[in-house]
Design a protein around this ligand. Structure first.
Ligand code: CA
Length: 242
């Protein structure tokens, strides 16, 4: 029998799901903690295609509220969240007994993989997360062997494409934070957020503007912020026309 390590809601991970090869994550609940609507929509589609149930939280506080109510089998934590560092939550989850069976870090910055793994994550998903095979294999690879079955074989390499509504929500969120940004924490948060949006939407100009703000000296802060705000407004106008 599986140990505590492999339980969800204190019941064993459902073994019958192994008979559903097209939906290898059937019976699992995935909690994704992600402030980007575009990225959380991508994870929702991947869960749907994999048979998993999804719950979503968009900040650390809401994640802790979810976790007080139920225990997911898989938790995916974005590292850059509006109210703090996802790595601190990963650390807490990793030390909790019983531990959530699968804890994954996620970020648009692949250099943060080590940060997630050092905090105790079982794996890391680089954003944008678009490949069904990468998503399923990362989760299956982190499951306890008895729950994994023989599913680590070639999976269909389908790509998912979230719709523009998620991108628009992200740009609106960025515009809001940028217009209210009054301290370095808020600016650092939005730099990371927009770098992720830029990667997901294949927008190098937006990524460059976020990077310029990240390394810019504080004398140019107002100019760099204005430039970034203009780009966000410009992208919002484009999305509205689609
Ligand atoms: Ca984020």
């Amino acid at each position: 029998m599986p140990t505590d390590f492999a339980t969800t809601h204190d019941k064993p991970l459902p073994q019958w799901r192994l008979s559903l090869p097209g939906r290898p994550l059937t019976g699992l609940t995935v909690l994704v903690i992600e402030d980007s609507r575009f990225a959380s929509e991508a994870v929702r589609l991947l869960c749907l295609r994999s048979g998993a149930r999804i719950r979503r939280a968009d900040c650390l506080r809401s994640a802790r509220r979810h976790l007080a109510a139920y225990r997911p089998a898989v938790i995916i934590v974005d590292l850059g969240l509006p109210d703090g560092d996802g790595a601190t939550l990963i650390q807490d989850l990793h030390q909790a007994i019983p531990r959530v069976p699968v804890i994954l870090g996620m970020s648009g910055d692949p250099d943060l993989a080590d940060r997630a793994l050092n905090a105790g994550a079982d794996g890391f998903l680089p954003k944008p997360v678009e490949s069904l095979a990468v998503f399923q294999q990362t989760i299956l690879g982190a499951l306890p062997p008895e729950a994994r079955g023989s599913l680590l074989r070639a999976l269909p390499d389908d790509m998912i494409q979230p719709d523009q509504a998620g991108l628009r929500d992200d740009l609106l969120h960025a515009a809001q934070v940028l217009s209210d940004a009054s301290d370095t924490d808020a600016i650092e948060y939005i730099i990371g957020f927009l770098a992720g949006v830029a990667r997901a939407s294949r927008d190098p100009a937006l990524g460059d503007a976020a990077a310029a703000l990240a390394r810019g000296d504080r004398e140019n802060l107002a100019i760099d912020l204005t430039h970034l705000s203009c780009l966000v407004q410009d992208r919002l106008a484009q999305v509205a026309q689609v």
